[in-house]
Design a protein around this ligand. Structure first.
Ligand code: CDP
Length: 246
């Protein structure tokens, strides 16, 4: 287990470090929203998807061919090259000690990551890293099952959704740095819908999650909504501890 954590104090009045869980399907804006919310609140962001991607990338570096089947043992063995370290805004997975974000977002990793994420041992490995990062400080964690499997006790759970066409459009703008044409969006929509299907079993909305459809929201609007919800939860928690203390 190699997650390194710092020991900065968390919110006064809150007993356990605060956890905000943000789940949702591919390209629903979870990571960028989670990072921004974390920044607003002075928390750190943990991107669980980046750990699935890091394990996949680590195995790909050792792969003999593009469609070679992998066992869980092989993936977990390769994943020993991954460490999770606190950065300025987010915990960053390092591959052999180096930040390899571009490699993690590449199409080969994206093509194979859902298969890797279905391996129970890999899910346990990711969850252990994520929980370890959250032991000593407040975090915003994004993924697909954070509010159900990883932090069922999270003080705030958000489930972000958006229309697939809009998700595809946003993902392409992020990747290409320009407005995409309709046929490019159509192709990306098809890829996203396929990945939604592959990820369906691990994408679970907690019954106590707040559902936010971001199709017609700006990123600022969605960040402000979540930050406002987080403040409400924090106030409720400090009111409760004041009553306990009195
Ligand atoms: O950013 P995007 O939504 O494209 O994906 P990601 O968050 O980087 O996650 C990559 C992949 O990891 C997903 O397609 C899932 O297969 C898997 N994943 C998961 O199974 N459970 C999580 N909590 C997070 C990601």
């Amino acid at each position: 287990m190699s997650a390194q954590v710092d020991s900065r104090p968390t919110e006064p009045g809150v007993r356990a470090p605060m956890v905000i869980a943000i789940d949702g399907p591919a390209a629903s804006g979870k990571s960028s929203t989670a990072q921004w919310v974390a920044q607003e609140l002075g928390y750190l962001h943990v991107d669980s998807g980046a750990l699935y991607r890091a394990a996949t990338a680590a195995r790909l570096r050792r792969a003999a061919g593009p469609d070679e089947p992998w066992t869980e043992e092989q993936v977990l063995d390769a994943a020993q090259a991954v460490t999770l370290v606190p950065g300025e805004r987010s915990f960053v997975p390092l591959l052999d000690g180096v930040d390899a974000d571009e490699e993690l977002r590449g199409s080969e990793v994206t093509r194979r990551v859902s298969q890797v994420a279905r391996m129970e041992g890999v899910r346990a490995w990711v969850n252990a890293h994520v929980r370890s990062a959250a032991t000593s400080r407040a975090v915003v964690v994004d993924g697909r099952d954070i509010g159900t499997a990883v932090f069922p006790e999270a003080q705030l759970k958000i489930f972000l959704v958006a229309d697939p066409w809009e998700r595809a459009r946003r993902r392409l703008i992020q990747r290409l740095g320009r407005g995409p044409a309709d046929d490019e969006i159509a192709e990306e929509t098809d890829r996203l819908v396929q990945r939604d299907r592959l990820d369906a079993t691990q994408t679970v909305q907690a019954p106590d999650a707040v559902l936010i459809d971001t199709t017609y929201l700006t990123q600022r609007e969605q960040v402000e909504r979540i930050a406002a919800l987080a403040r409400a939860v924090t106030h409720r928690a400090s009111d409760a501890s004041a009553i306990d203390a009195g």
